[in-house]
Design a protein around this ligand. Sequence first.
Ligand code: GUN
Ligand code: FE
Length: 449
Amino acid sequence: MGLIYSKKIIKGSFFTSRTDKEVYFVKDALIETDDNGEITKIINPADQDYQRTLEDAKENKQLVETRDDEYVLPGFIDLHVHAPQWPQAGLALDQPLNEWLEQYTFPLEAKYQDLEFARKSYRHLTRNLVKNGTTTALYFGTIHEDANLILAEECQHVGQRAFIGQVVMDNPEQTPKYYRDSSTKEALNKTIDFIKQIRTLYQDSDLIQPVVTPRFVPNCTDEALEGLGQIAKKFDVLVQSHCSESDWEHGYAIERFGKTDTEVLKQYGLLNEKSVMAHGTLLTEANMDTFKDEKAAIAHCPISNAYFGNAVLPTRKLLERKIKVGIGTDISGGFSSSMYRNIQQALISSRMLEDGVDAQKPAAERGVAGARISAKQAFYMATIGGAEALHIRAGQIKVGFKADLQIVRDELSAISSNASQDVFERLMYQTNADNISKVFVSGKLVDHK
Ligand code: GUN
Ligand code: FE
């Protein structure tokens, strides 16, 4: 593993979102990045200083050239991933959520008290995500602080931008004894300590940030939810959790609190502009209004939702209402670590929501009219949507933004249309890890192969 530091000029054609309705394309641009890993200049072939900049970059050995069949895209932002669940990706997905958690997921996560296992597993995952073009991830760790610090080390080492959560689960009624914080007080103290440790250890890095992480309402006591809301405010950190993921989970909060978990999270100071809530498939109209008012974000996990969500998240509606929404793999509720695969599923799920499931109904009564999203909208969510949720200047190829980039090869270029719209759609549908030739985070080449 090695990182290449320093200023560079990347010469290539690029696609980037600007809004959810348009993808911006520039052919043969020069993208200049500085020592701080930011994009400082974008020069088009028609610009006056193009030729001179190109020649200087060659002479100073700062030029990164791309092939004619390669394109530069912003790196993807995985807005919801359970790092410890990678070893069981694709397993037991026929189980309902609560049984999958109890019988498979909690026993696996409990194994991360073994730090050697944690190292091995986290090393494998972080490299895999970067290989797939994911330059930033919002991670759930486990209840083990030392293992979460190892996850941070692995992200820093491979060079991935990472937001990492010390998971809190202290409710004896909904957690097994072998995988539970030993007390509420201890859980809160571990969260505070984790925030302090990460901030101290990575004060000179722009890559690693801590996140307040109540696993979800069922796993937490009222005292833990309240304490975590206070900690998030005091230390001004992001919050992540799950919200209205399934009939079971949505119903649980109503039974325990007499209100939905959106309202519970809000009551405890856990739903605001710094919050990212996974799934939301069962959100009510009023809950969506609350997300909008509080400027809280939803991590759409389309593959996972097909198994556990009990409904399709209406992403088109969220985008139209300007509710913040990004895309998450939700490893291992989602089996794939690829954001491309999740972009594809976001598109497919929106089509199935639009067309409905009941062939016996007249066409006009099937599904939800106007629910489909476009590839541009899915790309927007995977880049700008995630960046806005995390408050980072990334996810776009734009001056002043982090140079978090992926260079992707179009395998069909020699035999297909090379009109920019066609290339864009093809990249969204055909790219896998093998076609991703280079990945940069903060302008540093990540040696991911
Ligand atoms: N709800 C609480 N924990 C989890 C988890 O690990 N995965 C999913 N999909 N939902 C959850
Ligand atoms: Fe999840």
